[in-house]
Design a protein around this ligand. Structure first.
Ligand code: GLA
Length: 389
Protein backbone atom coordinates (compact mmCIF):
# COMPACT_ATOMS: atom_id res chain seq x y z
CA UNK A 1 0.00 0.00 0.00
CA UNK A 2 1.29 3.44 -0.93
CA UNK A 3 2.29 5.83 1.84
CA UNK A 4 -0.40 8.32 0.75
CA UNK A 5 -3.10 5.65 1.13
CA UNK A 6 -1.73 4.60 4.48
CA UNK A 7 -1.91 8.19 5.69
CA UNK A 8 -5.54 8.39 4.52
CA UNK A 9 -6.33 5.19 6.37
CA UNK A 10 -4.59 6.53 9.47
CA UNK A 11 -6.88 9.58 9.44
CA UNK A 12 -9.94 7.38 8.99
CA UNK A 13 -8.96 5.27 11.98
CA UNK A 14 -7.54 7.88 14.35
CA UNK A 15 -9.19 11.10 13.11
CA UNK A 16 -7.53 14.50 13.37
CA UNK A 17 -5.84 16.36 10.55
CA UNK A 18 -2.95 15.41 8.30
CA UNK A 19 -0.37 17.64 9.94
CA UNK A 20 2.27 16.04 12.10
CA UNK A 21 1.78 12.58 10.66
CA UNK A 22 5.11 10.80 10.20
CA UNK A 23 6.03 7.51 8.59
CA UNK A 24 8.66 5.02 9.79
CA UNK A 25 9.71 1.64 8.49
CA UNK A 26 11.94 -1.28 9.20
CA UNK A 27 12.63 -4.50 7.37
CA UNK A 28 12.59 -8.24 7.78
CA UNK A 29 15.74 -10.21 7.02
CA UNK A 30 16.96 -13.27 5.26
CA UNK A 31 20.08 -14.82 6.70
CA UNK A 32 22.42 -16.02 3.96
CA UNK A 33 24.75 -17.98 6.23
CA UNK A 34 25.72 -18.13 9.91
CA UNK A 35 22.76 -19.85 11.53
CA UNK A 36 22.38 -20.42 15.25
CA UNK A 37 25.70 -18.72 15.87
CA UNK A 38 24.56 -15.30 17.12
CA UNK A 39 23.81 -16.26 20.71
CA UNK A 40 27.29 -17.78 21.08
CA UNK A 41 29.05 -14.61 19.97
CA UNK A 42 29.65 -15.94 16.46
CA UNK A 43 29.34 -14.62 12.92
CA UNK A 44 26.21 -14.08 10.84
CA UNK A 45 25.56 -12.74 7.34
CA UNK A 46 21.97 -11.54 6.98
CA UNK A 47 20.46 -9.11 4.45
CA UNK A 48 17.54 -6.81 5.19
CA UNK A 49 14.54 -7.35 2.91
CA UNK A 50 12.37 -4.83 1.11
CA UNK A 51 9.43 -6.45 2.94
CA UNK A 52 8.87 -5.34 6.52
CA UNK A 53 6.75 -3.01 8.63
CA UNK A 54 5.59 0.52 7.90
CA UNK A 55 4.18 2.64 10.72
CA UNK A 56 2.15 5.79 10.13
CA UNK A 57 2.23 7.67 13.39
CA UNK A 58 1.43 10.84 15.26
CA UNK A 59 2.81 11.94 18.60
CA UNK A 60 0.67 12.24 21.72
CA UNK A 61 1.77 13.91 24.90
CA UNK A 62 -0.38 12.04 27.41
CA UNK A 63 1.63 8.83 27.68
CA UNK A 64 -1.03 6.84 25.82
CA UNK A 65 -0.06 4.44 23.02
CA UNK A 66 -2.83 3.44 20.61
CA UNK A 67 -2.10 1.01 17.80
CA UNK A 68 -4.05 -0.42 14.91
CA UNK A 69 -3.13 -2.63 11.97
CA UNK A 70 -4.11 -2.59 8.30
CA UNK A 71 -4.72 -6.32 8.22
CA UNK A 72 -6.27 -7.03 11.61
CA UNK A 73 -9.38 -5.62 13.15
CA UNK A 74 -7.69 -4.65 16.37
CA UNK A 75 -7.03 -1.67 18.62
CA UNK A 76 -4.31 -2.10 21.24
CA UNK A 77 -4.28 0.74 23.72
CA UNK A 78 -2.21 1.28 26.85
CA UNK A 79 -0.40 3.74 29.04
CA UNK A 80 3.34 4.11 29.54
CA UNK A 81 2.59 4.07 33.28
CA UNK A 82 1.25 0.55 33.13
CA UNK A 83 3.47 -1.27 30.68
CA UNK A 84 3.59 -4.61 32.45
CA UNK A 85 -0.14 -5.11 31.77
CA UNK A 86 0.05 -5.84 28.06
CA UNK A 87 2.25 -8.92 27.93
CA UNK A 88 -0.59 -11.25 27.03
CA UNK A 89 -2.09 -9.21 24.21
CA UNK A 90 -2.38 -11.23 21.04
CA UNK A 91 -1.31 -8.20 19.04
CA UNK A 92 0.56 -5.20 20.41
CA UNK A 93 2.59 -7.00 23.07
CA UNK A 94 5.87 -6.69 21.12
CA UNK A 95 5.33 -2.95 20.77
CA UNK A 96 4.52 -2.44 24.45
CA UNK A 97 7.61 -4.49 25.25
CA UNK A 98 9.69 -2.05 23.22
CA UNK A 99 8.12 0.92 25.02
CA UNK A 100 8.90 -0.77 28.33
CA UNK A 101 12.55 -1.32 27.44
CA UNK A 102 12.93 2.23 26.09
CA UNK A 103 11.74 3.63 29.39
CA UNK A 104 13.93 1.23 31.38
CA UNK A 105 16.91 2.46 29.34
CA UNK A 106 16.08 6.03 30.32
CA UNK A 107 14.49 7.28 27.09
CA UNK A 108 11.37 9.45 26.99
CA UNK A 109 8.20 7.88 25.57
CA UNK A 110 5.52 10.52 25.32
CA UNK A 111 2.85 8.43 23.59
CA UNK A 112 1.64 7.90 20.03
CA UNK A 113 -1.14 6.84 17.69
CA UNK A 114 0.27 4.30 15.24
CA UNK A 115 -1.08 2.39 12.27
CA UNK A 116 0.94 -0.70 11.32
CA UNK A 117 1.22 -2.09 7.81
CA UNK A 118 3.14 -5.37 7.54
CA UNK A 119 4.30 -6.80 4.23
CA UNK A 120 6.08 -9.85 5.63
CA UNK A 121 4.45 -13.20 6.31
CA UNK A 122 4.26 -13.79 10.07
CA UNK A 123 5.79 -16.85 11.68
CA UNK A 124 7.80 -17.56 8.52
CA UNK A 125 11.23 -17.02 10.04
CA UNK A 126 11.84 -13.76 8.16
CA UNK A 127 11.89 -11.66 11.34
CA UNK A 128 8.51 -10.00 11.06
CA UNK A 129 8.64 -9.45 14.82
CA UNK A 130 12.07 -7.79 14.70
CA UNK A 131 10.77 -5.46 11.98
CA UNK A 132 7.84 -4.49 14.20
CA UNK A 133 10.06 -3.99 17.25
CA UNK A 134 12.70 -1.90 15.52
CA UNK A 135 10.19 0.27 13.64
CA UNK A 136 8.29 0.80 16.89
CA UNK A 137 11.44 1.80 18.76
CA UNK A 138 12.34 4.29 16.03
CA UNK A 139 8.81 5.73 15.88
CA UNK A 140 8.36 6.07 19.64
CA UNK A 141 11.73 7.75 20.12
CA UNK A 142 11.39 10.08 17.13
CA UNK A 143 7.88 11.11 18.18
CA UNK A 144 9.18 11.82 21.67
CA UNK A 145 11.64 14.32 20.22
CA UNK A 146 14.82 12.22 20.45
CA UNK A 147 17.33 13.25 17.78
CA UNK A 148 20.36 11.43 16.33
CA UNK A 149 19.01 8.01 17.17
CA UNK A 150 21.65 5.27 17.24
CA UNK A 151 20.29 2.37 15.22
CA UNK A 152 22.41 -0.22 17.01
CA UNK A 153 20.74 0.96 20.21
CA UNK A 154 17.35 0.36 18.53
CA UNK A 155 18.45 -3.21 17.81
CA UNK A 156 19.60 -3.81 21.39
CA UNK A 157 16.41 -2.38 22.92
CA UNK A 158 14.31 -4.50 20.55
CA UNK A 159 16.21 -7.65 21.43
CA UNK A 160 15.74 -6.91 25.14
CA UNK A 161 12.00 -6.50 24.58
CA UNK A 162 11.86 -9.89 22.92
CA UNK A 163 14.02 -11.53 25.63
CA UNK A 164 12.43 -10.01 28.70
CA UNK A 165 8.91 -8.90 27.79
CA UNK A 166 7.96 -11.60 25.28
CA UNK A 167 10.18 -14.27 26.87
CA UNK A 168 11.93 -15.45 23.71
CA UNK A 169 15.62 -15.86 24.28
CA UNK A 170 16.71 -14.84 20.75
CA UNK A 171 20.12 -13.49 19.76
CA UNK A 172 20.80 -10.08 18.20
CA UNK A 173 20.93 -11.02 14.50
CA UNK A 174 17.34 -10.27 13.49
CA UNK A 175 17.03 -6.92 15.23
CA UNK A 176 20.48 -5.87 14.06
CA UNK A 177 19.67 -6.68 10.42
CA UNK A 178 16.32 -4.99 10.71
CA UNK A 179 17.85 -1.81 12.13
CA UNK A 180 21.11 -1.63 10.18
CA UNK A 181 20.36 -3.26 6.80
CA UNK A 182 21.11 -1.52 3.53
CA UNK A 183 19.68 -2.18 0.09
CA UNK A 184 21.90 -4.41 -2.08
CA UNK A 185 24.10 -5.27 0.88
CA UNK A 186 24.35 -8.01 3.46
CA UNK A 187 25.74 -7.44 6.94
CA UNK A 188 28.79 -9.35 8.08
CA UNK A 189 28.29 -9.14 11.82
CA UNK A 190 30.37 -10.44 14.68
CA UNK A 191 27.78 -10.90 17.39
CA UNK A 192 30.30 -10.94 20.23
CA UNK A 193 31.02 -7.22 19.98
CA UNK A 194 28.62 -6.07 17.23
CA UNK A 195 31.46 -5.07 14.94
CA UNK A 196 30.12 -5.25 11.39
CA UNK A 197 30.70 -4.55 7.75
CA UNK A 198 28.18 -3.92 4.99
CA UNK A 199 29.16 -6.20 2.11
CA UNK A 200 27.82 -5.39 -1.39
CA UNK A 201 25.69 -8.28 -2.62
CA UNK A 202 26.96 -8.61 -6.15
CA UNK A 203 25.04 -11.62 -7.35
CA UNK A 204 25.31 -11.00 -11.10
CA UNK A 205 22.65 -13.07 -12.86
CA UNK A 206 21.55 -14.72 -9.65
CA UNK A 207 18.51 -13.97 -7.53
CA UNK A 208 17.76 -14.69 -3.91
CA UNK A 209 14.65 -16.86 -3.84
CA UNK A 210 12.88 -17.40 -0.54
CA UNK A 211 10.65 -20.45 -0.27
CA UNK A 212 8.18 -20.59 2.58
CA UNK A 213 7.18 -24.01 3.93
CA UNK A 214 4.03 -22.38 5.32
CA UNK A 215 4.71 -24.48 8.36
CA UNK A 216 4.61 -22.01 11.21
CA UNK A 217 7.62 -22.08 13.41
CA UNK A 218 7.36 -20.99 16.97
CA UNK A 219 10.59 -19.95 18.63
CA UNK A 220 9.21 -20.00 22.15
CA UNK A 221 7.78 -23.48 21.97
CA UNK A 222 10.49 -24.94 19.76
CA UNK A 223 13.83 -26.34 20.78
CA UNK A 224 15.50 -22.95 20.53
CA UNK A 225 16.23 -22.52 24.22
CA UNK A 226 17.34 -26.13 24.50
CA UNK A 227 19.94 -25.55 21.78
CA UNK A 228 21.18 -22.43 23.55
CA UNK A 229 21.70 -24.33 26.73
CA UNK A 230 23.48 -27.19 24.92
CA UNK A 231 25.89 -24.60 23.50
CA UNK A 232 26.50 -23.20 26.97
CA UNK A 233 27.21 -26.68 28.33
CA UNK A 234 29.67 -27.34 25.50
CA UNK A 235 31.41 -24.02 26.04
CA UNK A 236 31.78 -24.69 29.76
CA UNK A 237 33.69 -27.87 28.93
CA UNK A 238 35.84 -26.26 26.24
CA UNK A 239 36.90 -23.49 28.59
CA UNK A 240 39.36 -25.96 30.13
CA UNK A 241 41.33 -25.83 26.89
CA UNK A 242 40.54 -22.22 26.00
CA UNK A 243 40.65 -20.21 29.24
CA UNK A 244 40.81 -16.89 27.35
CA UNK A 245 37.78 -17.57 25.18
CA UNK A 246 34.73 -15.51 26.12
CA UNK A 247 32.31 -17.38 23.91
CA UNK A 248 32.16 -20.19 21.34
CA UNK A 249 32.68 -17.56 18.66
CA UNK A 250 36.22 -17.08 19.96
CA UNK A 251 37.25 -20.66 19.18
CA UNK A 252 38.51 -21.44 15.69
CA UNK A 253 37.58 -24.67 13.97
CA UNK A 254 41.13 -26.02 13.85
CA UNK A 255 41.71 -25.26 17.55
CA UNK A 256 38.43 -26.96 18.39
CA UNK A 257 39.31 -30.08 16.42
CA UNK A 258 42.46 -30.47 18.53
CA UNK A 259 40.37 -30.56 21.69
CA UNK A 260 37.04 -32.03 20.65
CA UNK A 261 37.72 -35.20 22.65
CA UNK A 262 37.06 -33.14 25.79
CA UNK A 263 33.34 -33.34 25.00
CA UNK A 264 32.04 -36.81 25.65
CA UNK A 265 28.29 -36.27 25.32
CA UNK A 266 27.55 -37.01 21.63
CA UNK A 267 24.62 -34.58 21.45
CA UNK A 268 26.63 -31.66 22.85
CA UNK A 269 29.48 -32.58 20.54
CA UNK A 270 27.23 -32.37 17.47
CA UNK A 271 25.87 -28.99 18.54
CA UNK A 272 29.34 -27.54 19.10
CA UNK A 273 30.64 -28.98 15.85
CA UNK A 274 27.83 -27.16 14.07
CA UNK A 275 28.39 -23.79 15.72
CA UNK A 276 32.15 -23.71 15.35
CA UNK A 277 32.15 -25.06 11.79
CA UNK A 278 29.36 -22.63 10.85
CA UNK A 279 31.46 -19.69 12.04
CA UNK A 280 34.30 -21.01 9.90
CA UNK A 281 31.96 -21.26 6.90
CA UNK A 282 30.79 -17.67 7.35
CA UNK A 283 34.35 -16.37 7.30
CA UNK A 284 35.26 -18.45 4.26
CA UNK A 285 32.04 -17.68 2.41
CA UNK A 286 32.61 -13.96 2.73
CA UNK A 287 36.09 -14.36 1.28
CA UNK A 288 34.49 -16.29 -1.57
CA UNK A 289 31.92 -13.56 -2.17
CA UNK A 290 34.55 -10.82 -2.04
CA UNK A 291 36.57 -12.62 -4.67
CA UNK A 292 33.50 -13.04 -6.88
CA UNK A 293 33.32 -16.82 -6.44
CA UNK A 294 29.57 -17.30 -6.10
CA UNK A 295 29.80 -21.06 -6.66
CA UNK A 296 32.05 -21.42 -3.65
CA UNK A 297 29.82 -19.13 -1.59
CA UNK A 298 26.94 -21.42 -2.52
CA UNK A 299 28.86 -24.53 -1.46
CA UNK A 300 29.23 -23.08 2.03
CA UNK A 301 25.50 -22.33 2.11
CA UNK A 302 24.74 -25.93 1.16
CA UNK A 303 27.12 -27.25 3.81
CA UNK A 304 25.42 -25.00 6.33
CA UNK A 305 22.09 -26.69 5.66
CA UNK A 306 23.57 -30.16 6.05
CA UNK A 307 25.11 -29.14 9.36
CA UNK A 308 21.87 -27.59 10.63
CA UNK A 309 19.97 -30.71 9.57
CA UNK A 310 22.33 -33.40 10.84
CA UNK A 311 24.32 -31.81 13.67
CA UNK A 312 22.20 -29.02 15.09
CA UNK A 313 18.95 -30.83 14.23
CA UNK A 314 16.81 -27.77 13.68
CA UNK A 315 15.59 -28.51 10.17
CA UNK A 316 12.39 -30.45 9.44
CA UNK A 317 10.95 -32.58 6.66
CA UNK A 318 9.28 -29.60 4.96
CA UNK A 319 12.50 -27.56 4.85
CA UNK A 320 14.52 -30.55 3.65
CA UNK A 321 12.05 -31.22 0.82
CA UNK A 322 12.34 -27.60 -0.32
CA UNK A 323 16.14 -27.75 -0.25
CA UNK A 324 16.38 -31.14 -1.97
CA UNK A 325 13.96 -30.16 -4.73
CA UNK A 326 15.70 -26.81 -5.24
CA UNK A 327 19.09 -28.43 -5.71
CA UNK A 328 17.70 -30.68 -8.48
CA UNK A 329 17.19 -27.66 -10.74
CA UNK A 330 19.84 -26.46 -13.20
CA UNK A 331 20.78 -22.91 -12.36
CA UNK A 332 20.44 -23.32 -8.60
CA UNK A 333 23.75 -22.73 -6.84
CA UNK A 334 22.62 -23.26 -3.30
CA UNK A 335 19.73 -23.75 -0.95
CA UNK A 336 19.48 -23.85 2.82
CA UNK A 337 17.07 -23.24 5.67
CA UNK A 338 17.20 -19.69 7.02
CA UNK A 339 16.31 -18.48 10.50
CA UNK A 340 15.59 -20.58 13.54
CA UNK A 341 14.29 -23.63 11.67
CA UNK A 342 11.56 -26.16 12.58
CA UNK A 343 9.53 -24.61 9.73
CA UNK A 344 9.77 -21.18 8.19
CA UNK A 345 11.74 -20.57 5.00
CA UNK A 346 14.66 -21.61 2.83
CA UNK A 347 16.94 -19.25 0.91
CA UNK A 348 18.29 -20.24 -2.50
CA UNK A 349 20.57 -18.63 -5.07
CA UNK A 350 18.91 -19.15 -8.44
CA UNK A 351 19.95 -18.04 -11.93
CA UNK A 352 17.47 -15.46 -13.17
CA UNK A 353 16.63 -17.66 -16.17
CA UNK A 354 15.67 -20.52 -13.85
CA UNK A 355 13.40 -18.73 -11.35
CA UNK A 356 10.14 -19.59 -13.14
CA UNK A 357 11.11 -23.24 -13.40
CA UNK A 358 12.20 -23.18 -9.75
CA UNK A 359 8.83 -21.92 -8.55
CA UNK A 360 6.99 -24.39 -10.79
CA UNK A 361 9.01 -27.53 -10.06
CA UNK A 362 9.75 -26.99 -6.38
CA UNK A 363 6.14 -25.90 -5.84
CA UNK A 364 4.75 -29.00 -7.55
CA UNK A 365 7.04 -31.45 -5.76
CA UNK A 366 6.38 -29.79 -2.39
CA UNK A 367 2.61 -30.01 -2.84
CA UNK A 368 2.89 -33.68 -3.82
CA UNK A 369 5.12 -34.59 -0.91
CA UNK A 370 3.76 -32.36 1.85
CA UNK A 371 0.13 -31.96 0.85
CA UNK A 372 -0.15 -28.18 0.82
CA UNK A 373 1.46 -25.30 -1.06
CA UNK A 374 4.76 -23.57 -0.46
CA UNK A 375 4.99 -19.84 -1.23
CA UNK A 376 7.87 -18.23 -3.14
CA UNK A 377 9.33 -14.74 -3.08
CA UNK A 378 11.96 -13.48 -5.51
CA UNK A 379 13.33 -11.27 -2.86
CA UNK A 380 14.72 -7.78 -3.01
CA UNK A 381 17.01 -6.49 -0.34
CA UNK A 382 15.99 -3.29 1.41
CA UNK A 383 16.98 -0.65 3.90
CA UNK A 384 16.74 -1.10 7.63
CA UNK A 385 15.10 1.30 10.06
CA UNK A 386 14.33 4.74 8.66
CA UNK A 387 11.86 7.56 8.58
CA UNK A 388 10.15 7.89 5.22
CA UNK A 389 10.07 11.59 4.44
C1 GLA B 1 16.11 -16.66 15.23
C2 GLA B 1 16.67 -15.75 16.32
C3 GLA B 1 18.06 -15.25 15.94
C4 GLA B 1 18.97 -16.40 15.52
C5 GLA B 1 18.28 -17.30 14.51
C6 GLA B 1 19.08 -18.54 14.19
O1 GLA B 1 15.87 -15.93 14.06
O2 GLA B 1 15.82 -14.65 16.53
O3 GLA B 1 18.61 -14.53 17.01
O4 GLA B 1 19.40 -17.12 16.64
O5 GLA B 1 16.99 -17.72 14.98
O6 GLA B 1 20.24 -18.21 13.51
Amino acid sequence: METANLKKLFLEKFGGNPENIRVFSSSGRVNLIGEHTDYSGGYVFPAALSMGTVIVARARNDGIIRMMSTDLDVLAEGSVKDLQSYKNLEWGNYQFGVADELIKAGYPVSGADMLYHDTLPHGAGLSASAAIEVATALALLSLSGVKDIDKIELAKISQLAENRYIGVNCGIMDQFASAMGKKNHAIFLRCKDLSYKLVPLELGDYKIVISNTNKKHSLASSKYNERRSECEQGFDILKQAFPDAECLGDISYSDYKNHESLISNPIIKKRIEHVISENDRVLKSIDALNSGNLDLFGKFMNASHVSLRDLYEVSCHELDVLVDEALKIDGVISSRMTGAGFGGCTVSLVHKAATDLFVKNVGKAYKEKIGYDATFYISETGDGAKEII
